[in-house]
Design a protein around this ligand. Structure first.
Ligand code: SF4
Ligand code: SF4
Length: 320
């Protein structure tokens, strides 16, 4: 992979250059100690590679997203997305975007936003709650920064680095930092599908489900949770807007259908459903785990339910 040695002040000049034609967003830790994905004007404002409370999915799938408006006899699509760059993004969030890219591969609005988005990753130091799984493929990125080095991962990244060619030495073919691919998180069992089926009535789900208060915080902060609802909002004058808004599989209303039937009326059933979706996936992505091991859900949960702990129990027995 093409990589260049860079000077310490290179990231500052890189952001100044990107800022000329796009807005820059990245992790910023506020005075309250909370890291948020925020708009910045310079590299110095960023907490590079920190994990923001709400992940980058909010830039591609906003919590309330108008899909179209019907007014004065015509349909109006949403405005074209503004060019943007996510800068200083940790590897787990880049892998999270890779999963969303698969889920929303046929979603025109998502794809238009994705095409307008430049990804600049940064190497992180895994914290105590991280459990990144081992990887075989690098995450998606245009540029990736580590101490004293930058990698290009796309033609857009090549183009940006070409504009700095006057100060960059010859490229070297070097792998990404080991930690990007070499997580040591809990490995899902070989036959997770069978383990899951066998665990349907296991005490594991009842015990954890009885602790869960169905607040939905874990799904809201998860970089790969994407459940949504679609609602139409009508104004008295006849204008109608169709809105895609975040939903949450922990909410009782999520599986409520016409006639009042609920497919998952209990917290235990909703918890197990979320873990099945997270670790096994559905539809064409069945068998693909979407847990990137960021640890956000464990930090956000008011009753300390931790996906790594649940996964470890599945690995060590599954049905206990
Ligand atoms: S399930 Fe938890 S640890 Fe896994 S990606 Fe989602 S928030 Fe991160
Ligand atoms: S954050 Fe914890 S309590 Fe809230 S829905 Fe998730 S598992 Fe349940």
């Amino acid at each position: 992979m093409r990589s260049f040695a860079i000077k310490d002040d290179f990231p500052h000049r890189l952001v100044d250059s990107l800022r000329e034609d796009r807005r820059i967003l990245g992790p910023v830790t506020g005075r309250d100690g909370v890291c948020r994905l925020s708009r910045v004007e310079g590299w110095g404002e960023l907490s590079a590679a920190a994990i923001p409370l709400i992940p980058p999915k909010k830039t591609l799938l906003p919590p309330r997203d108008p899909l179209w408006t019907f007014a004065e006899g015509e349909y109006r699509p949403p405005a074209d997305p503004e060019p943007a760059a996510l800068v200083g993004i940790p590897p787990c969030d880049l892998y999270g975007l890779a999963y969303l890219d698969l889920v929303f591969a046929d979603d025109p609005l998502y794809q238009r936003r994705r095409e307008a988005l430049l990804l600049v990753g940064a190497a992180c130091t895994p914290g105590p709650e991280c459990f990144c799984p081992p990887r075989t493929e690098p995450p998606p990125f245009d540029l990736f920064l580590d101490n004293g080095r930058i990698w290009s991962g796309s033609p857009a990244g090549d183009g940006i680095l070409a504009s700095f060619s006057w100060e960059l030495a010859e490229p070297e073919d070097l792998p990404l930092p080991e930690a990007v691919l070499g997580g040591e998180g809990v490995r899902p069992p070989e036959d997770l599908e069978r383990t899951f089926r066998a665990s349907v009535h296991a005490p594991l789900w009842r015990e954890v489900g009885e602790r869960c208060v169905s607040c939905g915080a874990c799904s809201a902060v998860c970089p790969t949770c994407y459940c949504y609802d679609v609602v139409d909002e009508a104004l008295p004058g006849g204008e109608v807007t169709r809105i895609r808004e975040w939903d949450n599989c922990f909410f009782r209303s999520h599986a409520l259908v016409a006639g009042g039937h609920n497919f998952r009326p209990t917290r235990t059933e909703r918890l197990r459903f979320r873990f099945e979706h997270k670790l096994l996936g559905f539809g064409p992505l069945r068998g693909v785990s979407s847990c990137v091991g960021c640890g956000r859900c464990g930090r956000a949960c008011p009753v300390d339910i931790d996906v790594s702990e649940v996964l470890a129990r599945l690995v060590s027995g599954g049905t206990t």
